[in-house]
Design a protein around this ligand. Sequence first.
Ligand SMILES: [Zn+2]
Length: 487
Amino acid sequence: MPETATAPARQAPAPGWQEEVYRRAGEVPDISAFPTVDALLADFHALAAEHPGLVRPRRVGTSRLGEPLEAFTIGEAGADGPAHLVVGGVHPNEPIGACTALHLARLLCDDEGLRRRLGATWHVVPCVDPDGARLNEGWFAGPFDRGHYARHFYRPAPAEQVEWSFPLAYEKAYFDQTTSETFALMRLIDDVRPELMVTLHNGEMGGVYYYLSREVPGLVPALHALPGHLGLRLARGEPEDPLAPLWADAVFGMADVRSHYDHRESLGLDPVGMVQGTSSADYASRHGTTSLVAELPYWSHPAADDTSESGRTYADVLREKADALGASGRELADLLAEAEPLLDQDTPFLRASRAFVPMFASLAEQERARSGAPDASRPARVAEVFDAEDLVRCFRLRYGGMLVRALGAPVAAGTAPALLRRLHARAVALYERWQEEAARLEGTELLPIARLVGVQVGSTLAAALALQAEQSAAGTDRPPSPEGSPS
Ligand SMILES: [Zn+2]
């Protein structure tokens, strides 16, 4: 719709909307497992059958392996009001959002009062990468310990991830190898021009944190307070993206590939290697879309929000992290290099290994460069030490596990030459050592899925209500899209 000065002012949400958000976030029923792709879509279709006219499924694309990609539009047909877009499965190893998408869709269907007060049309994509999600289904039903999760973990190579494969042209970086899933999401974004887009990500270990594309009035304090209402810790250690602006403890500005490019260049490192495509939030910004990501861990640890001093300098912590990543990366890189001539089948695990194994070395290089910065001589907080050490555990468990699966495929198929079989056995032995080391970490706490879903549901409602309040106060429709958005 074109921008008009005569657009009716939006009705403001009732004062104290934050309290409603906290209450609804706490009302998610217990969840014992993450749904498979088929179960999730069956639940959405059942919801559409229960609410004909209110829930309207449509196909928006096709996955690389031929699965239909579906969106479910929820709201009275022909209603005015903004469009909100909610996307699950943007990273297929992050299924909390599948439960969130379903809970939110049910809530919007069952609570007509809430739906009408929000005054929006909701477009929900339950799972935008079904091919990737299926490769994680081995851990979706538990047991929910980190070892089991890691053994059945799959994360696509960055260029194959929906989230980070939107087109980019910046300095010497150029990316247009957009996947069919990303292309479907691009078309959907351009079609509905969302006021709010929530991509449902999650982390793995530690505390809760968020990315928000701009500071909507009233939203940052609500996001900051929400996890505490559910008994969850905020992440107060090492940020996942050290370059993202910090708006409140654990509430960050959106990660931006261009700042990463500039940062690596300023450190004298190759800026192109670590930068591929850009994010969905960056792409949607051409429509003036506000984007929100709520990152939840499966496991928490008391150190995650411990801001006391550790007795070590931040520089030492970064150097130790760089050493550990460098050493582990070399072990995996040697295995992969020896196996390469014997691997004749291209699999998602092999493509992911080829992308992630070199990332140990490039991240080590980057952390070593950061450790030399003048401000790194400050004392490190306990939470920062924990996060730095845990990233090493995370990398070993995730990417070691994927290399084991990559080398194991021809072994399981009975086509592995003897040398490849020996390399696979060597990878398994290394991985078992890493699994045992990680299992020795004490004090981890498995978080109830319902509370994690509660944060995503609550933060999505908070963002919708804060935008409604902002637009109502401004007395106009949404601000115009910025001119000359990048493509
Ligand atoms: Zn993610």
